[in-house]
Design a protein around this ligand. Sequence first.
Ligand SMILES: C[S@@+](CC[C@H](N)C(=O)[O-])C[C@H]1O[C@@H](n2cnc3c(N)ncnc32)[C@H](O)[C@@H]1O
Length: 385
Amino acid sequence: MFFYISFLRPPATQSSPSGSISITPQVANDLRTEPFDSAQEIYYSWSPVNPARAEPYPSITTPQKLTVWRQSSAYKEIPVPLPPGLRDGQSYRLVLTAHGQGRPHIINLAAHDLGERPFPVLSMPVLFSSRERAARAGEKQEQIERVYRVPLQAGENGFLTVREQTSFDLDKKIWDSGIGLSSWLVQLAQEPVQASEHAEVSRARDALFSSEARKIIELGAGTGIVSLTLGALRSVSSKDEAGCILTTDLESAMPLLEHNVSANASLFKTTSTRPRPLVLDWDVEELPEEVRAVDSCFDAIVMADVTYNTASFPSLVRTLASLVRLSPPSKPPVIILGYKERDADERTLWDMFKGAGVLFEQVGERKGAGGQTVEIWIGRIEASN
Ligand SMILES: C[S@@+](CC[C@H](N)C(=O)[O-])C[C@H]1O[C@@H](n2cnc3c(N)ncnc32)[C@H](O)[C@@H]1O
């Protein structure tokens, strides 16, 4: 499992340049139900908004130790020194990280030790202004961002900025399986083909990363991290305009999903590699027209952490079966699932998938800080279907 630094009490949206900022950091799991169980050093730095030199990722001031986070003092308010050389009218983001070396505010999806330490966080901009606008005074922030490094090719990296809501909405924050599956996809795109490679892994590589046109759909995309990673990775090799990456979820997820696609637009080199947000509700029997209108069939169906609610399994399985039926039996889609067990009952989904003619096999995992791992599963269609 992974741990996340976030703000139990975030900074205000506006503050006086001669005033002070105080926050309460939090270190917990994705659900925010399990606090980190040991002491964790927290460093702070500031990231200027509109820096003089444009970088592909946010620049930060030298990280300084802020506090040692412990469960016993989890509610303590911590004052944060203001940015060095701060001038009236400037805006900065507050950055909290688990260490102070290198680029501690960037999550490297290719790191072999991904998630062994809690993930860093960036606040939204704090405007330091002496002309305080009454309406914004003391207003608390409701969003955060995290930045992910996606190695693209020799020496070149893409940096994805993914915005999350601090409210407890399933579709507006990042989940372990989304990060774990994205990390596995980065490895799949980078690693040379192994002679001993699992046949289904080879099929997944071709379905996702061939330079030829590929049609990919994600179910329950949330903030979109998996589709965004795929779009950046496919942009390296794909020049085609015939493919697509449909990133789907409920209507409520669309504003944040659309924002995250637009905010990372420079990483997507063609319209076919730019993820296309679309409402696809598993509870609606008929697939949306835009999905049915996709010329020919899908090469890959991807999903991360769509298994938390056993009551939704019948509609999820039905949606998957409808998508599979769009393909001729000779060209079935590869189905890829990122999963972390929360309740053993969730494993009944595998039997339901089997009943629908889809057999799942585990092909990878991401361990993070211990506890439940993120498992990567690939589903193949039984020959008779
Ligand atoms: C736990 S979140 C995972 C989000 C993202 N895949 C990730 O791993 O960060 C589950 C997602 O499934 C979506 N979802 C739940 N029920 C759904 C339904 N009936 N139709 C479509 N999406 C649904 C939620 O809106 C949410 O975004």
